[in-house]
Ligand binder design. Structure first.
Ligand code: F6P
Length: 326
């Protein structure tokens, strides 16, 4: 196995609060270990174009509390082609990068997996996405912060919803995963969550309206996952307007504000632990694994598994919301 002297680090896909804390941890842990660190800007797109600069301990000073990503990010179409990856590998050789750290979500880790196999390059994945949808880790970087952002917004919407006796459908991100919707619904005391994982044939809207929305209240809040599998908040609002015209309905799509802001303490600690563990993994000779956290412990999950397997939502969370929203 080739001795590692220099590593590359990049952030890719949707930015997530805590990515900077993770870049900082990877950088400092690598330097602590005597390695050089090359920061790759704009994800795989920047790698293809050689947007690479050495990172020092100072380069990552005062970044732990910053949202977004100082390395910038992109969704690279070129990296999905073998010509694109060939160009990327030429830069890896030019900058003498012996191993690559990829901080990102599903698509970004899938890219790392393909690249690692094609060029026999050691790659370590770090789960960075607000969606929390990677198999093998209980939490992903940015999820906790996004969840708190949503809860704060829903608390505010509750004030106007109850003042006007309205039903609000609030659409949240998460791609095809309902973690943000389900858990923000519990945390904000919402009446229901409509999530893609609920695969029963039961019409979730009918069931919710059928339960009398909420007997003691005239207003209500429903969190809806953005996934095409749910149809989104607009779809449900339209249905209520048609099928239950007696209700006054409004929609709020929270959108990109969910991705921004200073990372929570939880995300900063998670990112720091994952970053240090990634360097330890590389030292131990681990290849093509994602670092995750399970029951509070750092774990190594083959990237191929993390991206392919569906991460289930605990049925208990669905029950808790159902019981508490009577
Ligand atoms: O994967 C993170 C995420 O924020 C999803 O929740 C959302 O569906 C998607 O990215 C939006 O992507 P883009 O930034 O390309 O619009």
């Amino acid at each position: 196995m080739k001795e590692i002297k220099t590593i590359g680090v990049l952030t890719s896909g949707g930015d997530a609060p805590g990515m900077n804390a993770c870049v900082r941890a990877v950088t400092r842990a690598a330097i602590f270990n005597g390695w050089r660190v090359m920061g790759i800007f704009r994800g795989y797109e920047g790698l293809i174009h050689g947007e690479i600069k050495e990172l020092t301990t100072e380069s990552v000073s005062n970044t732990i509390g910053k949202g977004g990503t100082i390395l910038k990010t992109a969704r690279s179409k070129d990296f999905m082609t073998s010509e694109g990856r060939k160009k990327a590998y030429e830069q890896i050789r030019k900058y003498k990068i012996d191993a690559l750290m990829v901080i990102g979500g599903n698509g970004s880790l899938a890219g790392a997996d393909t690249f690692a196999r094609e060029y026999d390059l050691p790659c370590i994945g770090l789960p960075g996405t607000i969606d929390n949808d990677l198999y093998g880790t209980d939490y992903t970087i940015g999820y906790d912060t996004a969840l708190n952002t949503i809860v704060e917004a829903v608390d505010k919407i509750r004030d106007t919803a109850s003042s006007h006796d309205r039903i609000f459908f609030i659409e949240v991100m998460g791609r095809d995963a309902g973690f943000l919707a389900q858990n923000s619904a519990i945390a904000a005391g919402a009446e229901a969550a409509i999530i893609p994982e609920d695969k029963t044939d039961i019409d979730q809207l009918k069931q919710y309206i059928g339960h009398g929305i909420r007997k003691s209240k005239n207003s209500s809040i429903v969190l809806v996952s953005e996934s095409p599998k749910t149809g989104g908040a607009m779809h449900y609002a339209e249905r209520v307007r048609k099928e239950y015209p007696e209700y006054d309905v409004r929609v709020t799509i929270l959108g990109y504000l969910q991705r921004g802001g200073t990372p929570s303490a939880f995300d900063r600690i998670l990112s720091s632990r994952l970053g240090v563990a990634a360097i330890t993994a590389l030292k131990e000779g681990q290849r093509n694994v994602m670092i995750g956290i399970r029951n509070g412990q750092m774990v190594y999950v083959p990237i191929a598994q993390a991206i392919k397997k569906d991460k289930p939502i605990d049925k208990e969370l669905i029950d808790v919301l159902g019981i508490l929203s009577i």
